[in-house]
Ligand binder design. Structure first.
Ligand code: N2P
Length: 342
């Protein structure tokens, strides 16, 4: 009897020990509002692991974290041009495709892209564009041009993304230049235009935009399509447009930092995200397109048929991917600091 209870006790101690100390952990670092939380908790259950989830607001913030020596992250979500920068800086571990069999379900258009020509360091997660979100009911008319951000009617009530490449992207597109322009004179011209815009600016912001719109403090927000659709889903006074001048087009990716402590589990997570049923659930929650054709049967019709979320070719043709600007990055960075200081 005593022997049985002793061994039961021993068993309990061993089990408790396994549950806490040895439970595997995966550290995920993603954009805010960019996952269905139940997808993460289901991963924890299915793989008997714990996911520590943290968020960032821009590619530059993510880069600064990694350059600053952050060691803990296992899966990160850089955009296209940032994958290129991180590859250049040796910050990424190669993706072992044999551990991610669901890669075969990705639309081939998104494989071997210019930012990662051999798809060696990144796996596409979502794609989409930025644009203008606005309170249609209050403005009383449709907006179709970036020109709206300079319109004196909207003084003090406009949010622009706290995102250097996106903000200069607007000014460049409005002036008819490429978002990847590296001519200093054109940068100066864009900066001046953005200086003039500041009377209308509520603030540069990338995370509180939803609240600021829903409380009516902001009337217009330069925003990413899916995030704006999360607002529209809550309050149908709002609308979204990809302006006629064009916008930034992005592919956000999954990648594993070179210093990731749990690389094998990171690959399992990436493979899980690519599963058609899981991808479908994510699209329905975040309103961003994922390049996985087999996921479409799980996606709500309302989302899959929306041309702002799955943009047709003529819209894509006026949009542009950001590319790594090389040394010009520092020049733009200075102009951005000046813009934000004044
Ligand atoms: C996530 C927004 C990310 C889109 N909420 C920009 N890459």
């Amino acid at each position: 009897m005593l022997k049985t209870s002793l061994s039961l006790m021993l068993l309990a101690i061993i089990l408790i020990g396994c549950g806490s100390k040895d439970e595997a952990v995966l550290n995920v670092y993603n954009w805010s509002d960019y996952i269905d939380p139940t997808v993460v908790s289901d991963f924890e259950k299915e793989y008997h692991v714990k996911v520590v989830y943290d968020t960032f607001a821009s590619n530059e913030e993510l880069l600064a974290k990694l350059e600053g020596g952050a060691q803990g992250y296992d899966v990160i979500f850089p955009s296209d041009y940032m994958v290129a920068i991180m590859m250049e800086e040796n910050l990424l571990a190669p993706i072992d495709a044999s551990q991610v069999p669901n890669i075969k379900g990705i639309d081939p258009k998104f494989i071997n892209s210019p930012y990662d020509p051999h798809s060696a360091f990144s796996v596409p997660f979502t794609y989409g564009t930025s644009g203008l979100g606005y309170n249609y009911d209050e403005i009383g008319e449709e907006l179709d041009s970036w020109g709206a951000i300079w319109d004196p009617r909207f003084k003090g009530r406009i949010l622009l993304l706290d995102d250097m490449r996106e903000v200069f992207g607007i000014a460049y597109k409005y002036l008819g230049y490429s978002v990847n322009n590296i001519d200093p004179a054109r940068l100066e011209e864009a900066k001046q235009l953005l200086m003039d815009q500041k009377v209308n600016l509520l603030k540069y912001e990338s995370t509180m935009n939803k609240d600021l719109m829903l409380t009516r403090e902001a009337l217009i927000s330069h925003y990413w399509a899916g995030d704006m659709y999360q607002v529209i889903d809550e309050d149908s006074s709002f609308a979204f447009t990809i302006p006629k001048e064009g916008a930034v087009l992005f592919t956000d990716c999954m990648a594993v930092p070179a210093a990731a402590p749990h690389k094998e589990l990171a690959h399992k997570f990436i493979n899980y995200i690519l599963r058609p049923d899981i991808a479908g659930r994510i699209v329905n929650e975040v309103w961003y397109a994922m390049p996985i054709p087999a996921a479409m049967e799980y996606v709500d019709k309302e989302i899959s048929s929306d041309p702002n979320i799955f943009p047709p070719d003529d819209v894509l043709a006026r949009c542009e991917f950001l590319t790594d600007l090389g040394d010009f990055n520092q020049v733009m960075d200075r102009a951005w600091t000046e813009l934000k200081m004044k």
